[in-house]
Ligand binder design. Structure first.
Ligand SMILES: Nc1nc2c(ncn2[C@@H]2O[C@H](COP(=O)(O)OP(=O)(O)O)[C@@H](O)[C@H]2O)c(=O)[nH]1
Ligand SMILES: [Mg+2]
Length: 356
């Protein structure tokens, strides 16, 4: 799963990425896209590792891109930003990072710290980039539809759809608000509209305002997760051992680390859950889309397991934790034998039975 940190210059993207991967921030400001694979923290994996003592424990991961910050205040900046924006069309999730921290040493964008204004500016730029794309596509389709071709009927349907999307953007609504069916989504998938992508807003708050909550109503849809954390502080936290970290967090009144918050928000935005596999060799979390059926979950592990799928021997993580062993779960009659069409739940521990 690929996410991109998108934000105005000096909003703290690189500091956030450094904090969530537990490494000190890089030089920053470079015009390159940095990539980091961030393991998804999961307390269930920790507990299962204690139980099975496997040779290895494999976490789910999020592949995070850190983009240079945008600057729309001059032509040069706008051109650079537009080029970057077009490079993230294949990314699945956008994390919009906005600055809420005061720091006299770091000049503020447009000379003042104003997260809502910055979020609106980012949103507008994403809409404009999509408007450009939809307009180009409409021009192309309009030329195409009048020539007889194999795709003519299809092109006509798409043209109607693209016009509907254009109307939405022109009234400042995201593409996602105008797409209603899976068929429509499929039709425009390859274009990579930015305002069709799931989003998370990450607010980089100051050290002294850790508990401040932000209201972005009117700027973003209620369904978009908003996470607040102080990137700088989290960077410092990530350098501590577990014990000092707990103490420090308690002192500050933080209950969840930024990584946890961040990853959970990404999961939520993407509609992801995890199922688990256990054994002496490996304890592992497998991210899947909410609603995935057992046979497709099997395919994540191996194509042979999908092909030869017989049953998914399933126990709930909570049952295992409560009863202490697979044997006890079985004795309590809580081991389930699920078929191909079973909709996998978050925290299902699955042993796939298959035959190839
Ligand atoms: N005081 C304070 N400074 C921060 C915070 N986050 C980032 N900074 C500073 O702001 C500057 C820009 O941060 P950076 O992560 O490079 O921003 P980017 O351009 O979005 O990647 C750096 O000098 C950081 O040290 C924060 O939470 N508090
Ligand atoms: Mg940076």
């Amino acid at each position: 799963m690929k996410a991109a940190l998108v934000g105005l210059m000096q909003s703290g993207k690189s500091t956030i990425l450094a904090a969530i991967r537990g490494k000190a921030a890089g030089a920053g400001g470079a015009a390159v896209i940095e990539e980091a694979i961030v393991p998804v923290p999961d307390a269930r994996l920790d507990w299962l590792t204690g139980l099975y003592k496997p040779k290895k424990t494999v976490h789910g991961t999020i592949d995070c891109l850190d983009l240079p910050g945008f600057n729309f205040t001059d032509d040069h900046g706008r051109t650079a930003a537009r080029r970057l924006i077009n490079q993230i069309r294949t990314i699945e999730l956008l994390v919009l990072v906005v600055r809420a921290f005061e720091n006299p040493a770091v000049p503020a964008y447009r000379d003042s710290v104003n997260p809502k204004r910055d979020l609106d500016e980012l949103k507008t730029e994403l809409l404009l980039a999509d408007l450009e794309l939809v307009t180009t596509r409409i021009e192309k389709l309009e030329k195409q539809v009048n020539k007889p071709s194999k795709t003519q009927a299809q092109d006509r349907v798409e043209l109607t759809l693209q016009k509907k999307l254009q109307e939405a953007i022109e009234s400042e609504k995201p593409i996602s608000s105008a797409v209603s069916t899976e068929a429509e989504k499929e039709m425009i998938k390859s274009l990579g509209f930015l305002t069709l992508k799931p989003m998370v807003v990450a607010v980089n708050v100051g050290e002294e305002k850790l508990t401040e909550e932000f209201n972005f109503s009117g700027s973003i849809d209620k369904s978009v997760p908003v996470v607040e954390f102080c990137a700088k502080l989290e960077g410092e936290l990530s350098q501590l051992d577990a014990e000092s970290k707990r103490e420090f967090m308690a002192d500050l009144g933080i209950t969840e680390s930024a990584t946890g918050k961040f990853v959970n928000a990404c999961y939520r935005a993407l509609g992801l859950i995890s199922f688990l596999t256990v054994g002496e060799d490996e304890v592992r979390a497998w991210p899947i889309r909410h609603g995935t059926i057992a046979v497709d979950a099997a395919g994540k592990v191996h194509s042979d397991i999908k092909r030869g799928f017989i049953r998914a021997e399933t126990i709930g993580y909570n049952d295992l934790k409560e009863l202490g062993s697979e044997k006890a779960v079985k004795a309590a009659g809580k081991t389930r034998l699920e078929g191909k069409e079973y909709v996998v739940k978050d925290g299902d521990i699955i042993n796939f039975r298959f035959n190839v």
